[in-house]
Write a protein that binds this ligand. Structure first.
Ligand code: PRX
Length: 647
């Protein structure tokens, strides 16, 4: 069996690494036995305005739920990412920006980034934005996206970055949910040579956002846009007039830093709230140890800043550590499937962090695209977002890493703020497909369906027994939902929503979501969100959405639709509904397969039996389990007869 292979730590990797196995064991023990003392030391990696005396105050009890770290300390996150580096590394490159067009690139030093952030912070202040105000950022992968985030942090405004692939409707929902009065965007984005009309999307979204009175626009492509006088402001014009002097605002450790919307098992995305001190300590520390980051390394995470991976491992972690972080505007396949490796060669990338879905797509294109490039600068590879299948792991290891580079398979979530389960390159033997062991301070707990703790090698649901500083603090505007979602399934524990296996070495193997969330190309999607988009269509009576295994995307979106009486199911309507979902949510929610369902399998009390729908979508209907509780068992035969995914 391929996945039983074990890859020991290479000697050269161990000798240069921060943490070898002995140190891992020792530090892990300390972090669990005396978390206060452990984190008191780790917290000092940041510059505090007022040092903390209190490290941790946590209760996972639903009746008294609270999570506070370093809570009597004060700091400013942007000062930690910029100002404190100026003396020692002002002229070092902070951001290497690589455009979609391979002929475009830009280096930004810490001094330049600091100046741009200070100016933009003053621009925001000039628009009346201050501490605690929410600001929505809807941007392509350009330097100004990072500037906008750090400028918010500088003045204590709370940013909410919305991925540029979301539709105007999805954007409007997120602007309104957190009551953002300003949005920052650019004329257009560019990906794979295609222009994305970001400003036009904002214009459409803002027709539903009466309180959002300011739109700041970066001129990026120079494409044509509409202009609303009194509301729209050109970034470059405002920056010309702005002063470069902007002292960072003193923030409490527990003041909010950002909101990031993520999908859950209900139709409404949740505003995951992260705060300042604990989040930054955790992002910086994991970035240093998991990627074994050393001064001078060139580090590249291919995520988009619209996701948590971009927040923690393009922006906050690397910049807090004074790293050189690469920001890539484009896609892996443009101009051709060699692009990632050409960028590695061009910028002498040492640490490369991407998602299994990209690896699988590139694997399909063949080795030649990789082999023609020089990847000798790469020392470490990383993976995030979904389970990495052993074939993709092997290809990544052999073809991309020439069997020299360890792969850190990092498991974490928007909610966790940073990596929780991962190998450390100098410490952990690798097993392809396993995220291996918990990071410092992380106390995983496996439970069975009823919440009974499981010991030793086992399979079950993954919880966390205690907090870590990067943990989310609440769902913005809905603390009750935070408690209900994460702390009531297994009382007193944080429930991740993931299933996992733990092997005899204590290694974790994440098996995927056990709730109604699916993972499509590493993007998290609530099946209920897609369902509500579908039923909003005038011809749809009912819809049920499930995931099914997909060779490239990990999971594909399988949709069952019941039409209203009298509506004919045609191929034209099928296309219309697929387009409709893309329009309602965005291209990442595009259904892969759509089956007409005259009826859905329901219990007598009207509950849809998704287990059955999942099995049919997986083309695995031989063993549907007990269907005797169905109101109308004949429905199932019809669904099987017309199933879309035939192997
Ligand atoms: O199911 C797990 C999967 O992605 C989910 C979190 O998604 P999101 O909040 O969008 O964050 C993604 C980036 C951190 C998890 O509940 N997941 C993430 N990383 C892995 C993973 N599944 C298996 N292995 C991973 N390394």
């Amino acid at each position: 069996m391929l996945d039983d292979n074990r890859f020991p730590v290479p000697a050269d990797v161990r000798s240069r690494s921060w943490i070898d196995d002995e140190k891992y064991q020792e530090m892990y023990r300390q972090s669990i036995e005396d978390p206060e003392a452990f984190w008191e030391r780790e917290g000092m990696r940041l510059d505090w305005i007022k040092p903390y005396n209190n490290v941790k105050d946590v209760s996972f009890d639903a009746n008294d739920l609270h999570i506070r770290w370093f809570y009597d300390g004060t700091l400013n996150v942007s000062a930690n990412c910029l100002d404190r580096h100026l003396e020692t590394r002002g002229d070092q490159v902070a951001i290497i920006w690589e455009g979609d067009d391979p002929s475009e690139h830009r280096d930004v030093t810490y001094r330049e980034l600091h100046e741009e952030v200070c100016k933009f912070a003053n621009v925001l202040k000039g628009q009346g934005i201050g501490k605690g105000d929410r600001v929505t950022i809807y941007m392509p992968m350009i330097v100004e996206a990072t500037v906008a985030m750090l400028a918010c942090a500088r003045i204590g405004a709370v940013h909410s970055v919305v991925f540029g692939g979301f539709s105007p409707d999805a954007l409007a929902g997120r602007i309104n949910d957190c009551d953002s009065h300003a949005v920052i965007t650019s004329d257009e984005g560019v990906r794979g040579g295609k222009h994305i009309p970001l400003k036009a999307n904002v214009d459409e979204a803002l027709t539903h956002c009466p309180d959002c009175a300011t739109c700041i626009v970066v001129r990026h492509t120079g494409g044509d846009i509409q202009w609303v006088e009194g509301r729209d402001v050109w970034y470059h014009e405002a920056m010309e007039k702005a002063s470069a002097d902007c002292p960072p605002v003193e923030m409490q450790a527990e003041d909010p830093l950002f909101i990031l919307y993520t999908s859950g098992s209900t139709g409404q995305p949740k505003g995951v709230l992260h705060t300042s001190g604990g989040y930054l300590v955790y992002a910086a520390m994991t970035h240093q140890y998991v990627f074994d980051y050393h001064d001078g390394d060139i580090y590249w995470c291919t995520a988009d800043v619209g996701w948590i991976t971009g927040h923690s491992y393009i922006v906050y972690g690397p910049l807090a550590n004074g790293a050189t972080t690469l920001m890539f505007e484009g896609v892996p396949s443009y101009p051709d499937a060699s692009r990632f490796w050409q960028v590695c060669e061009k910028h002498k990338v040492n640490i490369f962090y991407t998602a299994p879905t990209a690896i699988r797509a590139l694997m399909r294109e063949g080795e030649e695209f990789v082999k023609r490039t020089d990847r000798s600068s790469i020392r470490l590879l990383g993976s995030v977002g979904e389970p990495i299948n052993p074939e993709a792991w092997s290809w990544y290891h052999k073809v991309v890493g020439d069997e020299r580079c360890p792969i850190v398979d990092t498991w974490w979530q928007t909610e966790t703020g940073g990596i929780l389960i991962t190998p450390l390159p100098g410490a952990t033997d690798l097993k392809p497909g396993s995220a291996t062991r918990p990071f410092f301070g992380v106390k995983p707990l496996m439970v069975d369906h009823d919440g009974n703790p499981l010991e030793g090698a086992c399979e079950g649901n993954l919880c966390m027994e205690d907090s870590w500083p990067g943990q989310m603090r609440t769902v913005y505007g809905d603390h009750e939902r935070f408690i209900q979602t994460y702390f009531t399934t297994y009382p007193g524990r944080y429930f991740t929503g993931d299933g996992a296996r733990r092997d005899e070495d204590g290694y974790y193997w994440i098996t995927g979501r056990v709730d109604d969330v699916i993972n499509v190309s590493g993007h998290r999607m609530g099946t209920a969100e897609v369902e509500s988009a579908l039923v909003a269509h005038e011809k749809v009576a009912e819809a049920a959405v499930v995931g099914y295994p997909h060779d490239l995307k990990g999971q594909g979106i399988y949709v069952y639709v019941t039409l209203k009486a009298g509506i004919e199911p045609t191929d034209g309507l099928r296309g219309e509904l697929v387009k409709w979902v893309r329009h309602e949510i965005g291209p990442i929610a595009t259904p892969d397969l759509l089956q007409w369902a005259p009826g859905l399998p329901k219990t007598r009390s009207g509950k849809i039996m998704r287990r059955i729908l999942r099995k049919i979508a997986e083309d695995d209907f031989g063993n549907l389990g007990d269907t005797s509780t169905l109101a109308d068992p004949a429905v199932v035969d019809d669904l099987i007869a017309h199933r879309m995914n035939r192997k």
